[in-house]
Design a protein around this ligand. Structure first.
Ligand SMILES: Cc1cc2nc3c(=O)[nH]c(=O)nc-3n(C[C@H](O)[C@H](O)[C@H](O)COP(=O)(O)OP(=O)(O)OC[C@H]3O[C@@H](n4cnc5c(N)ncnc54)[C@H](O)[C@@H]3O)c2cc1C
Ligand code: SF4
Ligand code: SF4
Length: 473
């Protein structure tokens, strides 16, 4: 039980450190606590963020908000959470965390692969848990209808039938939060599986530790490997280049599969209003400005201070097999890390029945498939932590140690420019919206992008960038 003085202190602490420091990933765990004074709101840059909705003195919540926040220093870290759940049965790998088995492949049954972003394993495993009667509902991110008061295109929702699950396939590089759906879970007793990116799975595990109802109802956590999260402007940036202005976007597919291209050369599909008519626009993302994830456009600051790529607290994790042997297959291929024995059995049955085309690969190979993400969140993070400490700021504790000497000056500069690119992109897109002209965005970003490209010796990247600029102007 929290007394009112300690409630005041701990709410102030969360707001002053995580939120004011810009480390809030907008997960909504603090707002999901019963009687929490926190609500989730979209900020001016299209990112969800925790905000205080009522005076702290009136709050009656009983669970520590700091203990459920994945970015506060009050809760357990990913190693501590995972060790407790998986330590007994799994092996440990210093880049992917605990694992029972590791695979690469895809779903051969039905149209899971066609509908999915990669090989369709994400939706297959939750469908399997539902159809085997191991859960009553799937909590995942699905499209919703935007309104004048809430422009969001995607939200966490509960699917209770296989058809409802099916409609939820595909990745959403988009702000999402869990407080609304956790409220639904409280109102609808049952057993659930939840799908989430690593920081969300950490938040769920922390909530489960504090709240017996959530602990009793969430039976499985399915993780998605994560590079970083985007604001709502990422989808708007692409759609605008197809003629749909921000505010007129109705539907968006971040991973439209293009038959004649490699898995990493996917397209985007936007549906929205143009001159009062509903139009549909499909384009390979590489033909559009801003596709390069390395530039980190619209990235949350929190993602620069995250050290979990492979959702280390999840029962199973799925991602893209970004490996030369798979990347040319436009249909998409998964890497899979299994940590839960029940899920392992389902996968073995799926392989035996011919429903899954999965080959065992090593844990090192899974790590290799995410080499740039891991590098950013190990070597890069160590340097970013060093910089934060040098500035004397509060920052979240990480499993990675602050360090400078491991990076050459050029690599340090690359990290600095990446952070700057993320920060500037939020501001530049706002300027473009205010001016009503997309071209304001690339004009504001190009000098920084050029400086960033110069940290790479490869002239190929240079040429690609200059060609892209020529197309825009
Ligand atoms: C923000 C983000 C960043 C990612 N970064 C990487 C990366 O760097 N490297 C990599 O290999 N993979 C990354 N992924 C995962 C990848 O995009 C695919 O989601 C994954 O490979 C699963 O594809 P699939 O075909 O197996 O899943 P599908 O069959 O398409 O199923 C996906 C499931 O995930 C749910 N879902 C979609 N978006 C979200 C979300 N934001 N939060 C919670 N649930 C969601 C869907 O509702 C669906 O149930 C990222 C995903 C996200 C959302
Ligand atoms: S729990 Fe999530 S939403 Fe709340 S402050 Fe922490 S990161 Fe932000
Ligand atoms: S990079 Fe880390 S903090 Fe950012 S969304 Fe992914 S898991 Fe969360």
């Amino acid at each position: 039980m929290l007394g009112s003085t300690s409630k005041n202190q701990e709410i102030s602490k969360l707001l002053e450190t995580v939120v004011d420091g810009g480390y809030c990933i907008g997960c909504g765990a603090c707002a999901a606590v019963v009687d929490s004074p926190i609500k989730m709101k979209l900020d001016e840059y299209g990112k969800l963020c925790a905000t205080l909705s009522e005076p702290v003195v009136q709050t009656s919540h009983q669970i520590s908000l700091g203990k459920v926040c994945p970015f506060s220093n009050e809760g357990l870290n990913e190693d501590q959470i995972a060790e407790e759940i998986f330590g007994k049965d799994c092996q440990y790998h210093n880049q992917i965390g605990y694992y029972l088995t590791t695979y690469a492949g895809f779903v051969s049954e039905s149209d899971f692969r066609k509908l999915g972003s990669s090989g369709g394993m994400g939706n297959w495993i939750v469908t399997q848990l539902l159809s085997e009667g191991l859960v009553d509902g799937v909590i995942h991110v699905k499209p919703c209808t935007p309104s004048p008061t809430d422009p969001r295109l995607f939200k966490y929702q509960i699917s209770k039938t296989i058809e409802e699950v099916r409609n939820g396939a595909k990745s959403r590089y988009y702000p999402i939060e869990i407080s609304e759906v956790i409220q639904m879970l409280r109102e609808q007793p049952g057993r659930y599986v939840i799908v989430g990116i690593p920081c969300f799975i950490k938040a769920i595990r922390l909530l489960m530790k504090q709240d017996p109802i959530i602990a009793e109802r969430i039976k499985f956590c399915v993780g998605l490997i994560c590079g970083h999260l985007k604001s709502i402007h990422f989808a708007q940036m692409f759609a605008w280049q197809g003629g749909i202005k921000p505010g007129d976007l109705l539907e968006f597919d971040f991973r439209y599969k293009l038959a004649d291209r490699g898995a990493n050369q996917y397209g985007m599909k936007a549906v929205g209003l143009k001159d009062g008519e509903v139009i549909e626009c499909i384009s390979p993302v590489r033909d559009l400005y801003g596709w390069d994830w390395g530039h980190g456009f619209f990235k949350y600051k929190a993602c620069e201070y995250c050290d979990d790529v492979i959702a280390e607290a999840a029962d199973i994790v799925v991602g893209d097999a970004w490996l030369p042997e798979y990347v040319n297959d436009s249909q998409g291929t998964n890497v899979v890390v299994v940590r839960n024995i029940v899920i392992q059995k389902l996968i073995e049955q799926g392989i035996t029945a011919g429903n899954l085309h999965l080959n065992a690969i090593t844990a090192d190979k899974v790590a290799k498939s995410q080499a740039s993400g891991l590098n950013h969140r190990r070597e890069g993070l160590a340097y970013r932590l060093y910089l934060a400490d040098k500035r004397g700021e509060w920052r979240p504790n990480k499993r990675v140690k602050a360090q400078i000497s491991h990076l050459s000056r050029q690599l340090q500069k690359r990290q600095e420019l990446r952070m700057k690119l993320g920060e500037e992109s939020h501001i530049a897109f706002q300027k473009a919206i205010k001016a009503g002209q997309f071209s304001v965005f690339p004009k504001s970003m190009n000098f920084l992008v050029l400086q960033y490209q110069l940290t790479y010796p490869s002239t190929v990247l240079w040429k690609q960038f200059i060609q892209k600029c020529k197309k825009i102007y």
